[in-house]
Design a protein around this ligand. Structure first.
Ligand SMILES: [Zn+2]
Ligand SMILES: [Zn+2]
Length: 144
């Protein structure tokens, strides 16, 4: 089952969730970390043995266009948006040790990016702000 939040967001924005779209969304909603298209396909095959990777890509594109999920370029993987809203530029913190990925959306940061691009008349096609490093938990582990 999708969370109430997700269901409401889809209703409010008239996003049509076919059973397969629904299932892909559910798969991503259960994960704390990003999944690649093939990992999603494997999970999808448990209930839809005939599922194809092409349809997974199409569904992911659809969900992305509706701001339900994000693509993490560095990992070529997908993750549920953690604060559903129309359009936002996310900042990603990617831990290279444990693979943990956190999404942040700092409004001031987004405004700064908007200003830079508007001032330069630059049409943005990809908003990828991904920082790689070591998360706090992993740093603590190392000190032990
Ligand atoms: Zn988001
Ligand atoms: Zn970590």
């Amino acid at each position: 089952m999708l969370s109430k939040n997700l269901t409401n967001y889809c209703k409010k924005n008239a996003i049509k969730l076919t059973p397969l779209r629904n299932e892909v969304l559910e798969i991503l909603a259960k994960q704390n970390n990003p999944l690649t298209a093939y990992e999603i396909l494997d999970l999808l095959k448990e209930s839809n043995p005939k599922a194809q990777v092409m349809s997974v890509y199409r569904i992911l594109e659809f969900l992305q266009n509706h701001h339900l999920i994000h693509r993490i370029e560095n990992l070529n993987a997908f993750m549920l948006c953690n604060h559903l809203s129309e359009h936002h530029i996310s900042q990603w913190l990617i831990c290279e040790d444990c693979g943990n990925v956190e999404e942040y959306t700092d409004n001031e940061f987004s405004h700064a990016i908007d200003k830079i691009t508007t001032d330069n008349g630059f049409a943005v096609t990809a908003e990828t702000i991904e920082l790689k490093g070591v998360c706090l938990n992993c740093q603590k582990e190392k000190k032990k």
